[in-house]
Write a protein that binds this ligand. Structure first.
Ligand SMILES: Nc1ncnc2c1ncn2[C@@H]1O[C@H](COP(=O)(O)OP(=O)(O)O)[C@@H](O)[C@H]1O
Ligand SMILES: [Mg+2]
Length: 293
């Protein structure tokens, strides 16, 4: 049976669009290239609502790139940011283990509870012989974090990077540098820093030597023709039709912000349904005769 769509599935003013996603070809190409380039880090910037998060979500899902996201808020420190990443990675540091288990537990780091049990094949006897600590308790340095990310093959997205104060911003740029420097060992290691500002430099304050190792991706506001496409894609899923003039008005009023386009549709479709209902009612009342009003 064909899938039934609700308006809120299709038009998503406050979450990344899935069904009505329109491609951001130039930006996607730039990010794909940076993802393939060893050691290249990425800064994505642009107006709030221009579609940075949506584009990145869509691209990383398409490319099956595993990732975790840390969100920055005003006043948080660099330790908070690192803690969040370590915490989400769920890394454990095996501080000490008994002799003779080498072949069962290789390496000092284990990642995540699932990984732990999988790698040990459920042999709880061996787990008990280890003295292990959550990595957040023992090591919170950038090198350790880079290794963790490198080993699990994940990309670190840092949202709202611009909200950090000057000092943690500087420190975080140095962490980016650490990620660049271990590129030989972990070529896919990436930080993607996102900021709702007008330039990459307002997102990350980085040194001259880092300049050509960072890809600066500007996500501009969306053109009216593309905003119109969002409405047209949604029409298909919801089996409704708007007049072309209505679509053009929605696209124009949205002023480049897809969130506004998505917000307009539930209102516009309610008006459409109400109009249909009133017309049908009026038609019945007039015994099928159409009068000019
Ligand atoms: N390419 C796109 N296609 C369709 N809708 C989009 C697109 N980009 C953004 N949107 C919609 O616009 C809204 C704002 O996008 P978002 O990615 O959160 O912007 P930003 O991260 O730049 O603030 C989202 O709710 C999303 O549904
Ligand atoms: Mg966003």
């Amino acid at each position: 049976m064909a899938k039934t769509f609700l308006t809120e599935d299709v038009f998503t003013p406050t979450s990344p669009a899935k069904w009505t996603y329109i491609e951001r070809t130039a930006q996607e190409r730039q990010i794909k290239r940076a993802l393939r380039t060893k050691g290249k880090q990425i800064v994505v910037y642009g107006h709030t609502g221009s579609g940075k998060t949506t584009m990145l979500n869509s691209l990383l899902a398409e490319m099956s790139v595993k990732n975790i996201t840390t969100r920055c808020t005003r006043g948080i420190s660099i330790s908070d940011v690192l803690f969040d990443a370590f915490d989400q990675l769920g890394g454990y540091y095996v501080e000490q283990k008994e002799e003779g288990n080498e072949e069962k537990i290789s390496g000092g780091l284990k990642f995540g509870i699932e990984f732990f049990s999988a790698s040990l094949g459920g042999e709880s006897k061996d787990v008990q012989k280890e003295i292990r600590k959550r990595i957040v308790e023992v090591q919170k340095n950038p090198n350790q974090l880079a290794k963790l990310f490198g080993n699990v093959g994940m990309v670190w997205i840092i949202e709202d990077f611009h909200k950090l104060d000057a000092e943690p911003k500087k420190e975080l740029s140095q962490i980016m540098k650490v990620f660049m420097d271990v590129a030989d060992k972990f070529p896919k290691l990436k930080i993607i820093a996102i900021g709702a500002v007008d330039s990459a430099r307002q997102v990350v304050h980085y040194d001259k030597e880092m300049e050509n190792r960072i890809s600066e991706v500007n996500v501009p506001l969306i053109e009216p023709e593309d905003l119109a496409k969002i409405v047209q894609l949604g029409e298909g899923y919801l089996n409704i039709t708007f007049e072309q003039s209505v679509i053009e008005k929605i696209a124009a009023y949205s002023s480049g912000l897809a969130s506004v386009t998505h917000q307009c549709i539930p209102t516009a479709s309610s008006v459409l349904i109400l109009t249909h209902f009133l017309l049908a009612f009026a038609f019945k009342k007039s015994n099928g005769q159409i009068h000019r009003i």
